[in-house]
Design a binder for this molecule. Sequence first.
Ligand code: TRP
Length: 333
Amino acid sequence: MSQQQDIVLSGIRSTGSLHLGNYFGAMRNFVRLQETHTCYFFIADYHSLTTHPAPEDLHNNVRRILAEYIASGIDPEKCTLYVQSDVPETCDLYLLLNMIAYVGELERTTTFKDKIRKQPGNINAGLLTYPVLMASDILIHRAHKVPVGKDQEQHLELARVYARRFNNTYNCEIFPEPEAFNFGANLVKVPGLDGTGKMGKSEGNGIYLTDAPEVIRKKVMKAVTDTGPTEPNQELAEPIQNLFTILDLVSKPETAAFFRDQYARCSIRYGDLKKQLAEDLIAYLAPIREKFEQIINDKEYLGKVAAAGREKARASAAKTIAEVRRAIGINRL
Ligand code: TRP
């Protein structure tokens, strides 16, 4: 199958703003993929309802993520960019897939078990069937490739199980089995500024794509370091390696090489490294932030983008649902 025919799909939950980790781990690759593949990108607002956000917050988050997607280079002309709740066919499929999804396999999902531990007071059925909704997102457009992080691989495995099970149960070949899209060397894990681990929405250790320059400077200056190298050519401790990882992403190669050399000679001044890193981050993110500010309050433009995305997504989804209903035997009397 040619790349153009290969359907790529990915969604992002509408919680919080996008950070550097989202950008280098996902967005930047989406921007490349839209040039070569048929892509569907959407904002998973239904998925964010498991924690009952306030209506105002939900609405603002969806608008914000849409603007951030566009500001990061996702081009609504080159792909189908839409909001999950705008495509009711996804819910039709969700209901139908729930009939072939076993409670046992859902209960065994790692993310579900995590939620039981973390929020014992709110184990709603939506959490249990979260993977069924995600499978519906994917299968409604009969996607082949799904770029997702490691934490979503088990969900993707279930989407494959449901595709296969549906095809077998109804003796059809409606659904391809979606695979994880592997970015290979382009998959960059962005570390947080707190010394260990990756940048995450909930960890509070991130640089956001739309952070103002002063905010970026403050965050970078506060980043965890150590007391400095004591021997020449010493191995970099994790917090320092993390700063270099970010430097490699946003600075000129000479800049990173300069500071690596200083580290090797034990003459590095972390303050200088941080100042440079902050300025390079600010410059790197400036075009994204400018574009974001230009569109975030343009309700007419964002409304138009969402409406066009809805139309394209529903056209594709309606075809799938028609075939699914026919296969199951749901026909008009
Ligand atoms: N569950 C994904 C996450 O938390 C978001 C998501 C929802 C998704 N539906 C999807 C990702 C379909 C890929 C495909 O990151």
